[in-house]
Design a protein around this ligand. Structure first.
Ligand code: SAH
Length: 346
């Protein structure tokens, strides 16, 4: 039977205060419990030692704490760590810790599976099973932060929403999780160190701009030609590049925050001169930089990373036009923790 108890971390502090007031206790009790839940990361009501036994029983009778459990942790030769994270209903998502000499980045999931259908991505094959709740996203970050301190002697410095799922298809919960991550009661991280990566849902990009979010935006572009993009990312048919462009112009106008384009170059797909020319044109619309990502094969070789020469052509063309371009090497490949490999074997 499904429990009728509510997930206590779905409540705001105000709602928690109200709960205690209505049950004849002091509203202040709500603050104490809230602190246990968020600042102290309590996994059970029993641990809340400054709360009376009777009150803990009231909490026990009404609520659950749906904490995630790191089911399996794998460590790569290069220091990358991948967590298989079990949710309260038994479903599993993955999150990754990526250390470099200057930062440690958490790559977190926003959905179980994914609603989109990018043909080169392992997660897309799972289909979307459900959205993650704000606390499930938050817990992934906390787990990685702990591992970062334990194995790399430093706290987490950055977060990217580049794990499983399309964050803008679970926008409200992602926003709530980020609120918690950035609030002093949560992790107190700066929003500037958080990047939300999207395949490009124009309506939601505009909504983010209207909401005046302060985190960064990355867009998985992969092609600036509609026909090519629709072939590899079929939802592009519904959200064509002209709509994406308009949304990105709107985003920049409102936020003045530069966009990162993620781009993989594949042999025979987007390695021609006209592909480069189209990207140069697209880059001229809004201030941006380009991250060329190494392709991580997920299947029988339908997609293949283009030659170094083809990638150099991209770099030369972008740099000679004054655009910033970075080449992103894969991390954690040996444990299937690299981009697009999540859920490859689980
Ligand atoms: N849905 C979001 C975030 C998850 S994907 C998005 O599309 O941005 C994170 C990044 O990994 C995206 O840029 C995606 O295009 C890229 N990616 C997916 N599969 C990949 C693969 N097999 N190799 C390299 N990058 C991949």
């Amino acid at each position: 039977m499904k429990s009728k108890k509510k997930d206590i971390r779905a409540l705001t502090k105000e709602q928690l205060r109200q709960f205690f007031e209505e049950s004849g206790d002091k509203a202040f009790r709500g603050n104490q419990v809230y602190e246990w839940l968020w600042s102290k990361g309590a996994h059970s009501f029993e641990n809340m030692t400054n709360i009376s036994k009777a009150t803990r029983q009231v909490l026990e009778d009404n609520f659950v704490i749906n904490h995630i459990r790191v089911d399996q942790m794998q460590r790569s030769k290069d220091g990358t760590i991948k967590n298989a994270v079990q949710l309260h209903d038994g479903l599993v998502v993955e999150s990754v810790l990526i250390p470099t000499p200057t930062r440690t980045t958490a790559c977190v999931s926003s959905q179980v599976g994914c609603s989109l259908d990018c043909r080169f991505c392992a997660t897309a094959r799972l289909k979307r099973m459900r959205n993650l709740n704000p606390d499930e996203i938050y817990d992934q970050v906390v787990a990685i932060d702990n591992e970062s301190r334990l194995y790399h002697d430093r706290p987490l410095s950055n977060i990217v929403f580049m794990g499983m799922g399309e964050p803008l298809m679970n926008y409200n919960n992602v926003l709530k999780a980020i609120d918690k991550i950035t609030s002093p009661e949560g992790l107190g991280m700066s929003p500037k160190r958080i990047t939300v990566s999207t395949s490009g849902v124009p309506k939601m990009i505009k909504k983010m701009a209207d909401d005046k979010v302060r985190f960064k935006l990355a867009v998985s572009l992969h092609s600036a030609i509609d026909e090519v993009r629709t072939n590899i990312m079929p939802f592009n048919e519904k959200f064509p590049l002209s709509d994406l462009r308009e949304a990105l112009e709107y985003w920049y106008e409102k936020t003045k925050s530069r966009i990162t384009y993620e781009y993989v170059v594949w042999e025979g797909i987007n390695d021609r001169k006209e592909d480069i020319d189209a990207l140069l044109r697209f880059c001229s619309y809004v201030p941006c930089k380009v991250n060329l990502i190494e392709y991580n094969p997920i299947d029988d070789g339908e997609f293949q990373q283009a030659s170094n020469k083809a990638i150099e052509n991209y770099i030369d063309a972008l740099e000679s036009r004054g655009f910033v371009v970075n080449v992103r090497r894969s991390r954690g490949k040996d444990i299937d923790a690299a981009c697009g490999q999540l859920a490859n074997k689980s």
